[in-house]
Unconditional design. Sequence first.
Length: 33
Amino acid sequence: MSVIALIDYGAGNLRSVHNALVAAGAENVAVTA
C-alpha cells in the first residue's frame, strides 16, 4: 500500500485534489484543512 501526504500551504484547492485521488481509485482519502 502506498501513502500519499499532501501539505496545505494555502495556494490550492484540497477538495479538487481529494476528488482527483478518488477518481484515480484511491481509498481512505482524508482531507483536513
